[in-house]
Design a protein around this ligand. Structure first.
Ligand code: AOF
Ligand code: ZN
Length: 357
């Protein structure tokens, strides 16, 4: 029974996708005599927490009820909302079932201790693996202060992103396209290299599904992207960021800044390459907890070589190119874990993840 109700919390929690970051996705339900009498989720960053929403929405007295919540309720003060634990203790709830302990050092077990001290029975760790997966951005970001990084690689069945004359791998518009747009609506930011802007002229917005646009980041050490690219004509120019090296053209940078675009400057090495680690640290400081990297080959390779990625989503088309550009260039081979495999129209989606959160 506990598993079934925790699963429902996961589902409710996902309603916060795209709106709660860098906070976690949290869902809560209250059950009495086997019936759900209240449910809630964390809807927006800075807003009421899931448990308090469930308590507020409950349709019966909470006396002797059980609260299910995918994350340990918070106890800390001096933040956006008052702590949840005192509200739970006052409510009459007598049992709390949790999936994950909150890794936030201000909570990290203290919520559970407080609940138990007040006489509430607490069960911890129900389907915690699913919980870790659901909140993998939050877990990565809160522990490491750098965003969770996913590389989305569209490649032919023989592992090429373009053929020998530079034609891109075509993934299906319908299912794969929709899937990519959904991811954009979930991640805080999408990132591409200058080459992708020059060859594909993408918008990097969310169009095929409902959802908010992510921040658009262009990695362009030399500041070589054309000012008239489509991406610079979008509304909300402050959501387009360019990462440039301190050796590149300052006066051109001002042209972008005058359009309202954010230009982030970094030191670079002899080959004018910027450290991925430094970029991720800076993005973390700017509250970016997740990044969806959409290409191209050099950018993928930089993230993989520096081992600063968490997940790869391979969208493999039914094409065979024979010759062309490999999707990544690697010095050493690397082993990942298969998380899922799915057929999307004529493409195969393979999700690969590093071993642990
Ligand atoms: C919960 N329930 O629904 C969430 C929790 O600034 P605040 O007040 O929103 O607090 C954010 C922190 O609270 C966040 O870092 C995480 O530790 C916890 N999130 N806790 O009990 C919730 N979203
Ligand atoms: Zn809380």
């Amino acid at each position: 029974m506990d598993n079934k109700f925790i699963e429902k919390c996961f589902k409710l929690a996902t309603r916060g996708h795209g709106n709660v970051s860098p906070n976690p996705l949290v869902g809560a339900i209250i059950v009495k005599d086997g019936k759900i009498i209240g449910e809630g989720w964390h809807k927006k960053f800075g807003d009421v927490h899931a448990e308090v929403n469930a308590i507020k929405n409950s349709s019966a007295s909470l006396k002797n009820s059980t609260l299910y919540c995918n994350l340990e309720p918070c106890v800390h003060k001096n933040k956006k909302t008052p702590p949840c634990v005192p509200v739970i203790i006052k409510s009459g709830i007598t049992r709390v079932v949790i999936s994950n302990i909150d890794p936030n050092i201000n909570v990290n077990g203290k919520g559970i201790t407080e609940l138990r001290k007040s006489g509430i029975k607490v069960v911890v760790g129900v389907d915690e693996e699913t919980g870790y997966k659901l909140n993998r951005f939050f877990f990565k970001y809160i522990k490491n202060k750098i965003p969770y990084v996913t590389l989305k690689i569209a490649q032919s069945s023989d592992g090429k992103i373009t053929d020998s004359i530079g034609n891109q791998t075509q993934i299906s518009e319908k299912k794969s396209g929709k899937f990519v747009h959904k991811q954009r609506s979930i991640y805080d930011a999408v990132l591409v290299g200058a080459g992708s802007i020059k060859t594909d002229n993408p918008l990097l917005t969310v169009r095929s599904v409902k959802g908010r646009n992510p921040v658009r980041i262009i990695l362009d050490g030399n500041l070589s992207v054309p000012l008239n690219s489509r991406i610079f004509k979008l509304d909300e120019p402050e959501k387009t960021w360019i990462i440039k090296s301190n050796k590149s053209n300052r006066s051109k940078a001002h042209k972008f800044i005058n359009k309202g675009i954010k230009v982030l400057e970094f030191p670079s090495d002899k080959r004018n390459k910027i450290s991925i680690k430094k970029i991720l640290q800076r993005l973390g400081e700017l509250n970016i907890s997740s990044v969806f990297v959409e290409g191209g080959q050099q950018v993928f390779s930089q993230f993989i070589q520096s081992n600063l990625f968490d997940e790869i989503i391979l969208l493999q088309s039914a094409q065979l190119f024979g010759r062309g550009l490999s999707s990544v260039s690697l010095k050493k081979s690397l082993r990942l874990k298969i998380n899922s495999v799915e057929i999307l129209d004529d493409d195969i989606k393979i999700v690969l993840r590093k071993e642990k959160h």
